[in-house]
Design a protein around this ligand. Structure first.
Ligand code: UDP
Ligand code: MG
Length: 312
């Protein structure tokens, strides 16, 4: 089995030497044990780094052809760099594993992933067994993020980042998702096929600093929701209906007050129109939004099905 590792790197000069030497050890062991073929490769994707990352990758490739490098024309962000790597190696490998450059993903989980692949799984998710080593802040925001995504109806694997094995045909499936707003964690479960999970302990970043500051994390979460779900639009619709219903209550209340004589002239009519028109406006926006949501999903032109087998 030809296994390709795909590792997006953005300004990772501090970790690359260590990462590459540990991965090389791992690969040599796996090859000597016959678990993966000797044509397996470790492929670094340079995502427009501004430091010496690419020079390091070139040197690695010169020192040992097991290392390969893909150089993106500029920084396109983690998700796009990952997709670029996976799509580039797809036709040469039997399966590809994506992981971070910073050794936070436990490389010993690779063994288990390969085992699962041999058992016949097409997608193997690396799942964090605990987040003890993450900061309190990262832990709570991450938990909130998964909850939010679930409530928005996005099918996501809990505590799984982008450390996963995908078989050739799962990668082919991924290729048929043409969307530009890319949220891989949400898309991979949509591909289907048999999947398994492998637990691992998430370590600390080995060196250098996180490339996901709060601002990027928030925009990643927002991207995740808006590229996978049109539920926010539905929520506007619901709110519109609720406010309109409330306006009926207000109508009754205002009429009662009016006839008791508790009101200034004009109060009742203004109260009722504010609520009724407000509710109707929200509802109208929601309905228009519903159509825009449909257009949005159509423009993604996602595959409507992926056939697993066809017996003749
Ligand atoms: N990364 C990238 N492009 C970017 C930002 C990050 O390719 O614009 C890579 C980075 O080099 C690393 C991975 O994405 O291999 C995950 O980033 P990081 O470890 O900083 O995120 P964290 O673990 O803090 O969430
Ligand atoms: Mg990291």
């Amino acid at each position: 089995m030809k296994l390709f590792l795909v590792i997006p790197c953005y300004n990772e000069e501090a970790v690359l030497p260590e990462t590459s030497s540990r991965l090389l050890d791992k690969y040599e062991r796996l090859i000597s044990e016959g678990k993966i073929s000797s044509e397996s490769k470790i492929c670094f994707v340079n995502d427009g780094s501004r430091d010496k990352t690419w020079e390091l990758i070139v040197d690695l490739n010169k020192s040992n052809p097991i290392f390969r490098g893909i150089n993106l024309s500029r920084n396109r962000g983690h998700q796009n760099a990952l997709l670029a790597g996976l799509m580039t190696v797809k036709d040469e490998c039997d399966a590809a594993i994506s992981m971070d450059a910073d050794l936070q993903d436990d490389i010993d989980a690779i063994d288990k992933m390969v085992e699962k692949y041999h058992e016949g799984y097409d997608v193997v998710y690396g799942v964090r067994s605990s987040r003890k080593k993450d900061t309190f802040f990262k832990r709570t925001t991450a938990l909130g993020f998964y909850r939010l995504m679930r409530s928005m109806g996005v099918d996501m694997v809990y505590n799984h980042a982008d450390f996963r094995l995908m078989s050739k045909r799962a990668l082919d499936g991924l290729e048929s998702f043409k969307e530009v707003n890319l949220f891989l964690r949400g898309i991979v479960p949509l591909i289907g096929y048999k999947s398994a999970e492998v637990e691992y302990e998430r370590g600390e970043r080995f060196a250098g600093e996180s490339k996901y500051p709060l601002k990027k994390m928030l925009s990643f979460a927002f991207e995740g929701i808006t590229s996978m779900s049109i539920k926010p639009i539905r929520m506007i619709c619901t709110l519109g209906v609720l406010i309109f219903l409330a306006s009926i209550g207000i109508l009754i209340y205002s009429l009662v007050q009016h006839f008791i004589g508790n009101t200034e002239p004009g109060w009742a009519s203004i109260m009722v129109s504010i609520w009724a028109i407000g509710g109707l406006q929200l509802l109208a926006i929601g309905i228009i939004g519903e159509y825009i949501g449909k257009v949005y999903l159509e423009t993604k032109s996602r595959p409507r099905f992926i056939i697993e087998s066809y017996i003749k």
